[in-house]
Design a binder for this molecule. Sequence first.
Ligand SMILES: [Zn+2]
Length: 264
Amino acid sequence: MNSCMLPVFASRALRIGALVALLPCVASATGRLLQVGTLSSLVAGVYDGSMPMDTVQRPDAYGLGTFDKLDGEMLVMNGVVYRVGVDGKVNKPALDSEIPFACVSVMDGVDITEDIGAAASKAEFQDLIKSKLESLNYPALIIVDGDFDMVKTRSVPAQQKPYPALSEVVANGQVVFELGAQKGTIVGTYFPAAFAGINAAGFHFHFMNSERDAGGHVLDLAIKSGTLRIQTLTSVQLILPPVDSAFAQSDLEPTTPVEHVKGE
Ligand SMILES: [Zn+2]
């Protein structure tokens, strides 16, 4: 994603276009998040893909999300979209498919790159990452290339209408993978509590091994060592599904309680 790129809307294109042209394009030490969809609609069971996947398939992008009908876990790494299916297999889905939810950023303004030591659990790992964040009040993209003692992941199967809520899918349909010792990459997000509902408050991690043949949504992990990169995100672009989509016609009120929208 070009860090100078801003959306320009047709009705005011000329005026705003002129304004954008005047804004300084300064290489920043902070990044921009591009998100399609909201986590609260996913939690409520709005799984229909409604936005093209190539919206988030930007060169050098990293991020995570899911697919049409909730069919697998998405991890975006170095501009490549990977899908981990419920069969445990990894593939690169067709970019002309549509997705309900994803968020990516380009690691063009990395704030922190450093080696990290061991963490025996996901909770310890989160504490470690938390201690490295510049501030808990901004979203952040987190990438860890590491040597893991074990990674426990999951994926979820494609859903049929009427779609059950995400909590039911996880309780009844998730498939867990005990991946054992792995070298690979964690791609994760951190969001402050104020973002709950838009995304997952706290941490949310997906994993892909270095062979690119196993991964998924991280339930637990133990890491020996790794290299941590953090990009603090000071700008968020949120793209909502079109007004004729399932998102528009779904009853998302009353709003999902914050405590139900965690990235665990
Ligand atoms: Zn996930």
